[in-house]
Write a protein that binds this ligand. Structure first.
Ligand SMILES: NC(=O)c1ccc[n+]([C@@H]2O[C@H](COP(=O)([O-])OP(=O)(O)OC[C@H]3O[C@@H](n4cnc5c(N)ncnc54)[C@H](O)[C@@H]3O)[C@@H](O)[C@H]2O)c1
Length: 322
């Protein structure tokens, strides 16, 4: 079962799980529509409304839901904590009671907060001080509390994901820079010195597949990324690739905006213990985005931007919490 499986990562991961022969049920509110293959089993509902009886016969639960970026978390800090911290723990609680064997949690490198530029492994301090990062860490703690020899918990602390997904997002750093380079011939770099680990969405999906395959006794947390890049390096790599693809020049506009996230992570543990090694470079990610360019039209659909869609849902009073 994949909670939040109709989102950006799920729309790459779920088809891959089906291709590998897994039986998959997606439970999702479909905030951003449904872009999954037509034969995917989808239950449209709030994960909070699942009960233990909904999870009998499930071997593995993958949590990809919640508020998935800082602007959403800042728009609704209370709901952020409900969906990112309480919800994963509640689901782990009923999953364990129902006999689910493994719970895989979509965590984030945001848990590290603003670091001192040294390389952070999974034992490093987690000092984030803003709603999204704190809530992702609380979600992790909540699910790990339940792990034992019969209930394996794996948390994947993902770097910022990028690339093409049938459920597209243009509010993620690589995708945003791709968009403005194509649309405006310009890339804005808010702060060139800030560090970000990145991961192509295809590699991210591959990390979940590895997590499924780990031996059943393992419970652990893994940083998931290709590598660490400064925002300046990301902009330069994207500019180079877009200029090569379009034969048009791209301007880099450097600002000096303070950021509250800055982290470099070690991926050694994922390589040795999870057997995960990312294979797609930034240039590969851009190439894949470019290959699908006809699907984006003017890039401005509200569903491409989580905060725009979320504000509409919240403002319209269309949903209730819990
Ligand atoms: N995309 C990234 O760069 C990134 C990086 C680190 C961590 N993560 C985490 O990975 C997960 C997936 O990210 P994404 O980019 O695919 O996000 P997304 O916003 O595209 O997808 C989230 C999905 O969850 C669903 N959802 C949210 N709350 C729900 C609920 N209560 N009940 C049912 N469905 C619900 C939404 O409808 C949506 O389809 C999130 O937990 C996010 O915090 C993402």
């Amino acid at each position: 079962m994949v909670g939040g499986g109709a989102g950006y990562i799920g729309s790459i991961l779920v088809p891959e799980l089906l291709r590998l022969g897994h039986k998959v049920t997606v439970v999702d509110l479909l905030w951003f529509g449904n872009h999954l293959p037509s034969d995917t089993k989808i239950i449209q509902k709030d994960l909070f409304h699942l009960e233990k009886s909904d999870l009998t016969n499930i071997d593995i639960f993958i949590f990809l839901a919640g508020l998935s970026n800082d602007p959403m978390a800042e728009f609704s800090p209370a709901k952020n904590f409900i969906y990112n911290a309480a919800l994963p723990a509640y689901l782990a609680f009923i999953a364990k009671q129902a006999g689910v064997k493994r719970y895989i949690y979509a965590s984030s490198c945001s848990v590290y907060g603003y670091t001192d530029n040294s390389l952070y492994d999974e034992t490093a301090p987690t000092i984030s001080s803003y709603p999204y990062g704190i809530s992702k860490l609380q979600g992790e703690k909540g699910v790990f509390q339940l792990q034992d020899k019969d209930f394996s918990v794996i948390a994947l602390r993902q770097g910022t994901v990028g690339g093409y997904s049938p459920r597209m997002r243009f509010d993620l750093i690589v995708n945003t820079m791709f968009k403005t380079a194509i649309k405006d011939g310009k890339i804005t770099i808010n702060n060139p010195a800030i560090w970000r680990p990145l991961c192509d969405v295809r590699d991210t999906a591959a990390a979940y597949v590895k997590a499924i395959q780990l031996d059943s006794q393992t419970s652990d947390v893994f940083n998931i990324a290709l590598s660490n890049f400064t925002v300046g390096e990301i902009g330069e790599a994207i500019k180079k690739k877009i200029e090569e693809l379009t034969k048009k020049s791209v301007l880099i506009d450097v600002k000096n905006v303070q950021d509250y996230r800055n982290y470099k992570v070690s991926t050694d543990k994922a390589a040795t213990k999870l057997g995960f090694k990312a294979s797609f470079s930034i240039a590969d990610t851009i190439e894949e985005l470019f290959r699908h360019i006809d699907q984006y039209q003017d890039f401005e659909k509200d569903e491409f931007y989580n905060i725009r869609t979320f504000k509409k849902i919240e403002g319209g009073g269309e949903r209730q919490y819990i």
